[in-house]
Ligand binder design. Structure first.
Ligand code: FMN
Length: 337
């Protein structure tokens, strides 16, 4: 038996394999952030493709926190019904379901007040954000809590907090974007405070699996590196975060040289350094590569992004490569493979 196709249990939820659909914005929601027939087809195809855990795209906890105008939303109760229908379809095809709870912060490209730790624009094409007041911060903590209550009602198995790619929570962690001199800026502990509060708030309403996505390298002088995330992850573990989903970049403009498995060493550093479970992502495109990452002990789950846009049936192909005989949820598909 390979590791990739071994079931994986996390806080009582068992995934049938270790393949996770990485969160990917589709910009196909209604203008109010509601689920459309598109999402049912798009995500359910990957469930029929035998992905173990389907993670929905960045789903905004506030209207102004959307990255793009047609991102999915979870900022009001009207969103629950559509999400519930989507979840039940995915479960019908044997997938476990996750939602990525997000606020775009200074990288939002929708109308509204731009929020950030400090009034520094991402680059000349983005607006200058407002330095958040303590009240703004508390309001976002409440927005995350309310979103988590809705996500629970919709029936998701796993929640992920988006704290990567320079979006709101991520921008508080990095000294390149956080120049505050109050209790939310300065020391590493202070820069972590906002994320700490969001994790605690979600944990007060959710006792299922909780992941946090991070950008483990800013690729810029003076920015964060994987070693900083060893420390952040050591703080997350006692807050009952179950897995660190290790991405990188997006915090400040940077030239990133990417190549197959380029982010895997960050996942490995965090896993070994903080003794936590990690997910690896980034240019993992074959079953062999995914298996290698797991066998080498760099990560516990494999997040697949663009390869699943190209091929919803990636898990079948990976199984073939690894000599695994899949028992498909849609029985007739076996005839094809
Ligand atoms: C179209 C697209 C949308 C994305 N949207 C998100 C997102 O909503 N949240 C997130 O954390 N990452 C997002 N990402 C990053 C992916 O989750 C993933 O980390 C990245 O594509 C690298 O993995 P890959 O090489 O397997 O594609 C997006 C990537 C793509 C290509």
């Amino acid at each position: 038996m390979t590791k990739l196709f071994e079931p994986f249990t996390i806080r009582g939820v068992t995934l049938k394999n270790r393949i996770v659909m990485a969160p990917m914005c589709t910009n196909e929601a209604s203008e109010n952030g509601e689920v459309q027939p598109f999402h049912i087809v798009h995500y359910t195809s990957r469930a029929m493709g035998e992905v173990g855990l389907i993670m929905l795209e960045a789903t905004a906890v506030e209207r102004e926190g959307r990255i793009q105008p047609r991102d999915l939303g979870i900022w009001n109760d009207g969103h629950i019904n559509g999400l519930q229908q989507l979840v039940s379809q995915l479960k019908a095809y044997g997938a476990k379901t996750a939602i990525q709870l997000a606020h775009a912060g200074r990288k939002a490209t929708v109308d509204g007040r731009l929020l950030a730790p400090s009034a520094i624009a991402f680059n000349e094409t983005y607006g200058t954000p407002n330095e958040m007041t303590t009240e703004d911060i508390q309001n976002i903590v409440i927005a995350y809590t309310d979103a988590a209550i809705r996500a629970k009602e919709a029936g998701f198995d796993v929640f992920e907090i988006h704290a990567a790619h320079g979006y709101l929570l991520s921008s508080f962690l990095s000294p390149l974007t956080n120049e505050r001199d109050d209790e939310y800026g300065g020391s590493e502990e202070n820069r972590y405070r906002f994320l700490r509060e969001v994790i605690d708030a979600i944990r007060s309403v959710w006792d299922g699996p909780l992941f946090v996505r991070v950008s483990a390298n800013d690729f810029a002088p003076g920015g964060l590196e994987a070693s900083d995330f060893v420390q952040f992850s050591r703080w997350m573990a006692p807050q009952e975060v179950d897995l660190i989903d290790v991405s990188s970049g997006g915090v400040v403009p940077a030239n990133i040289v990417s190549y197959p498995l380029y982010q895997v060493p960050f996942a490995k550093t965090i896993k070994a350094g903080a003794n936590v479970q990690t997910g690896a992502v980034g240019l993992i495109t074959t079953g062999t590569e995914a298996e290698q990452v797991l066998q080498q002990g760099s990560a516990d789950l494999i997040f697949i992004g663009r390869e699943l846009l190209r091929d919803p049936y990636f898990p079948y192909r990976a199984a073939k490569q690894l000599g695994v005989d899949l028992e498909p949820t849609v029985a007739v598909y076996k005839r094809g493979w």
